[in-house]
Design a protein around this ligand. Sequence first.
Ligand SMILES: *[C@@H]1O[C@H](CO)[C@@H](O)[C@H](O)[C@H]1NC(C)=O
Ligand SMILES: *[C@@H]1O[C@H](CO)[C@@H](O)[C@H](O)[C@H]1NC(C)=O
Ligand SMILES: *[C@@H]1O[C@H](CO)[C@@H](O)[C@H](O)[C@H]1NC(C)=O
Ligand SMILES: *[C@@H]1O[C@H](CO)[C@@H](O)[C@H](O)[C@H]1NC(C)=O
Ligand SMILES: *[C@@H]1O[C@H](CO)[C@@H](O)[C@H](O)[C@H]1NC(C)=O
Ligand SMILES: *[C@@H]1O[C@H](CO)[C@@H](O)[C@H](O)[C@H]1NC(C)=O
Ligand SMILES: *[C@@H]1O[C@H](CO)[C@@H](O)[C@H](O)[C@H]1NC(C)=O
Ligand SMILES: *[C@@H]1O[C@H](CO)[C@@H](O)[C@H](O)[C@H]1NC(C)=O
Length: 314
Amino acid sequence: MSLTNSFFATVFLFVTFITSCIAQTTSQCVPSSCGDSGELKFPFRLRSDPQHCGKTGYELDCQNNETIFHYKSRKFYVQEINYTNFSIRLLDPSLKNQTENCSVFPQHRASYDAMTSLIFGWLRVDNDINYVNCRGQINSSVYIPTSFCSTATNSSFSYLVVGEILQASDLAVGCRVETVAWSAAPGISPNVSSSLSSIHQALGYGFDLSWRRDFLCRECGRDDECVFKDNSDVATCIHYCKEDTPVSERSFGCKVEYYSVFVLFYGGIAIGALVVVGITILIAVVVWQCKRRNLNTSNHDVLGNKASSSEENC
Ligand SMILES: *[C@@H]1O[C@H](CO)[C@@H](O)[C@H](O)[C@H]1NC(C)=O
Ligand SMILES: *[C@@H]1O[C@H](CO)[C@@H](O)[C@H](O)[C@H]1NC(C)=O
Ligand SMILES: *[C@@H]1O[C@H](CO)[C@@H](O)[C@H](O)[C@H]1NC(C)=O
Ligand SMILES: *[C@@H]1O[C@H](CO)[C@@H](O)[C@H](O)[C@H]1NC(C)=O
Ligand SMILES: *[C@@H]1O[C@H](CO)[C@@H](O)[C@H](O)[C@H]1NC(C)=O
Ligand SMILES: *[C@@H]1O[C@H](CO)[C@@H](O)[C@H](O)[C@H]1NC(C)=O
Ligand SMILES: *[C@@H]1O[C@H](CO)[C@@H](O)[C@H](O)[C@H]1NC(C)=O
Ligand SMILES: *[C@@H]1O[C@H](CO)[C@@H](O)[C@H](O)[C@H]1NC(C)=O
């Protein structure tokens, strides 16, 4: 008893030691800063900070006092990170300087699949700002006349339109969406007509993405479903093996789960077959034994009524 106790005590001490070591190295991470995007801390880190200070996918760069987030070949300015509500505000570099007499195109067209994969989810706080070209003049308060700085075509029928355009019927006849930018700026909304300068301001504000799910679900495995309790920031990993994931891409646990079904099925069949064969052999042996004994007793029939008693044994 004392041996097991001291064993567990040793393990406990060891684990405590390791944990405190890890805690110590994490606490050595001091928040960084770059320009005026505020404190940069876990799970974010500047690429020049120690690796353990951040999480993979949250690396930032600092160039000329601008905090930069690189996503594939794209580059965005980091305007603000909120660690309370897990949001990050990014700005397309082209939209930083809006000029007064024309509207600057974003470098990257805003699209759901491009940015919201990887570590980010999209927040509904962002408005679409559409760059719309029309064949004729549009007489509507939500079509804000402007000209596009970078287009060579001399079209005087260019507009900025706030709001989601999902289908042709959301758009005035003869118009085409050139590109879309997102903005999380307060004060602009699809049904309220805005001035050109307020839309330019909104374009320069940037858009919000959320890193909440990726961050809070970081303990979940590949095959886990991450569930939030009562919309709080407490995440639970629920393990289940998805049927539509190819077996080769499943985690070890799910592979075991997948193959164990086969093992149980064929194992069951094998055991069943063995039992049937075994019983058959047993019966055959018993029958054979009886026959032999009967044969023996009939040979010794002269010895009297022993034959009938061995007959009863079978
Ligand atoms: C960055 O900003 C700091 C103060 O905010 C300033 O001292 C420094 O010169 C700036 N560096 C560059 C490259 O603009
Ligand atoms: C972060 O977001 C929360 C909730 O929206 C807000 O109360 C808080 O002021 C924000 N923090 C910063 C530094 O903006
Ligand atoms: C988080 O707070 C920022 C301001 O700090 C705000 O712009 C953003 O919309 C908030 N996001 C959520 C989901 O509340
Ligand atoms: C924005 O304008 C400033 C000067 O006003 C310039 O230094 C900077 O390079 C411009 N940024 C972009 C992305 O054009
Ligand atoms: C308007 O744009 C032209 C170039 O197209 C530029 O030369 C001029 O300075 C701009 N005017 C204002 C007020 O920004
Ligand atoms: C646009 O509509 C307003 C009324 O909503 C009207 O007074 C004006 O003449 C119209 N302009 C054109 C060019 O159709
Ligand atoms: C653009 O159109 C205006 C009239 O709408 C015209 O005066 C101007 O010469 C045109 N410019 C070019 C480069 O075609
Ligand atoms: C904006 O107006 C349209 C009808 O013009 C309406 O269907 C939609 O619900 C309105 N959206 C908001 C946010 O008020």
